[in-house]
Ligand binder design. Structure first.
Ligand code: GLY
Length: 521
């Protein structure tokens, strides 16, 4: 708000929010992780910024397998789990392309938050206490201290939390510019500390890191234009396929959240996730059959064998194209729009909550555990249960496949909605369900965000849904042969819509998790 009030645009505000969340929301906001940003400027310019982490130069395909060939915990906990972070470079690229205020002005508010601290509410206390506990369980007491009172006791509501080391790091990024994170003594120190603690970062990996601007995936869906993220996120491909399937199966004729509607959507999602897991990876490393994967005719063929009355067992489903010879809820999403209609959809993560649970000594930088988003052992499940293939195997310098799906919806060339969510693989299905709720059922954004969510990712062969699923829907789906597992909630979709009649903004903070906020200026 402060940045918009000072005359900054939506991208300036998004950059400032990105840095602020690195201070206030350490379980997901970060400078030690990565993400994806989709931008639509009021003049119609579209951009997709890829700031996904990269495998360090010393990474190898089997680096997380023990002598028996089984994945070890090193893929998730500790410095070896971390890819080379992209967040600082990504926010800098967004600023360079579209920002209007000076860089330092966007980073300094985060410096103040870290240096002067902020008062912890109930949600924050729960979050940092959980983070510190996980770090201590992992044996990282020094890291835990950043998330505890100076006397080592857990924080309580009303405490002011300061992060002096992070403040110094952020101030260097503000004053010296974004490359201070990647080159020079800060980068050298981070690489040395990570390696000394068992990781494999080298200063040259950090120096080589660049955020990339990619061509966004743009397609039509029932009178709307969807602008979303291409690989190395799988999000856009999955969203495109689910929406093309929804159109082919005429889902919009079935009542919203009825057994018929959900059954067909789940069957489509299974098939699309077989493609996701076996065919996608970093486009700079593997060939991706993008034209086919995004074609309506291909999706129509893929969904032609769906039985409207019976679940197809996942074991009988595979990718629709032969793979080439050789991809909890601890991410965060924010949406920003300004008066002029410039829009940002940004999803960022450390992977699991508090990432690798390890803070680079002396810097306050909490690092990611994104390496588990690679297929650390192709053909076996990662922490999200995703069974991925060789396309997403570990290679030096490669970016691990993601599900993050920052998305912007246009209607008749005008901005209609900004959508996104955290939630690992459930991100893309959450986005697909919200887009369908708004486009197909004319739900307002708050109704769309509040609707029960269901997720199927091909393997394991079951629907994940939320506790609040209506009994009738649950029973109807079970009767058609679906296995169902319930979680308290899925995703945290902080979205904005522009009312097509009034052109007024409706900002929605998902209430399924606390900690979100919808604000207007
Ligand atoms: N780390 C979760 C994702 O990128 O999909």
């Amino acid at each position: 708000m402060e940045i918009l009030r000072r005359g900054g645009n939506a991208v300036d505000a998004a950059v400032a929010v990105g840095f602020a969340l690195a201070v206030t929301h350490p379980s997901a906001g970060n400078i030690g992780g990565g993400g994806f940003m989709v931008v639509r400027m009021a003049d119609g310019t579209l951009a997709a910024i890829d700031y996904r982490e990269e495998a360090p130069g010393r990474a190898t395909r089997d680096m997380y397998l023990d002598e028996a060939g089984e994945p070890t915990q090193e893929r998730l906990v500790g410095p070896k789990a971390a890819g080379i972070p992209g967040s600082v470079a990504g926010l800098a690229l967004a600023h360079e392309r579209f920002g209007t205020l000076p860089w330092a002005d966007l980073v300094m508010p985060a410096v103040a938050l870290a240096r002067d601290g902020h008062t912890l509410d109930e949600w924050h206390v729960e979050d940092v206490v959980r983070g510190a506990k996980r770090m201590r369980e992992a044996g990282y007491d020094d890291s835990a201290r950043h998330y505890e009172r100076p006397d080592g006791k857990p924080f309580e509501v009303g405490d002011v939390w300061t992060q002096p080391e992070l403040a110094v790091t952020l101030e260097r990024i503000a004053r010296e510019g974004p490359r201070a994170f990647y080159e020079g003594d800060l980068a050298q120190t981070m690489a040395e500390q990570v390696s000394a603690a068992g990781g494999i970062w080298e200063a040259k990996d950090l120096a080589a890191y660049q955020a990339r601007e990619r061509d966004p995936i743009v397609f039509d869906y029932r009178g709307h234009t969807i602008v979303t993220m291409p690989p190395p996120s799988a999000g856009g491909v999955v969203l495109r396929q689910i929406l093309a399937a929804a159109e082919a199966l005429e889902l919009y004729d079935k009542p919203w959240r009825s057994v018929d509607e959900v059954h067909l959507y789940v069957e489509a999602s299974k098939r699309t996730h077989a493609d996701r897991n076996l065919l996608l990876g970093d486009p700079d490393f593997v060939e991706l059959p993008m034209e086919q994967l995004l074609s309506v005719e291909y999706v129509q063929r893929r969904v032609a064998d769906i039985d409207p009355e019976r679940a197809t067992p996942s074991e009988t489903i595979s990718a629709g194209i032969a793979p080439g010879k050789e991809e909890s809820h601890q991410t965060t999403h924010f949406s920003v729009v300004d008066e002029a209609g410039n829009a940002v959809s940004n999803t960022t993560t450390l992977n699991l909550g508090f990432g690798a649970r390890w803070v680079v000594p002396g810097t306050g930088v909490l690092i990611n555990n994104e390496m588990d988003d690679f297929a650390v052992k192709p053909g076996t499940a990662n922490v999200f249960g995703l069974v991925q293939g060789e396309q997403n195997k570990i290679e030096p310098g490669k970016r691990m496949l993601s599900s993050m799906t920052p998305t912007i919806v246009l209607r008749d060339g005008d901005l209609r909605a900004i959508v996104g969510s955290p939630g690992g693989p459930t991100i893309t299905t959450t986005v697909a369900q919200i887009v369908r709720a708004v486009v197909d059922y004319d739900l307002t954004m708050d109704q769309a965000v509040e609707s029960v969510r269901l997720h199927h990712q091909w393997l394991p062969d079951k629907i994940w849904t939320e506790e609040r699923i209506p009994a009738e829907l649950e029973e109807g789906l079970r009767a058609r042969g679906h296995e169902i597992t319930k979680r308290p909630a899925m995703g945290h979709a902080n979205c904005i819509e522009i009312d097509p009649q009034t052109r007024g903004f409706r900002a929605v903070a998902d209430t399924s998790r606390d900690g979100g906020k919808a604000v207007a200026y």
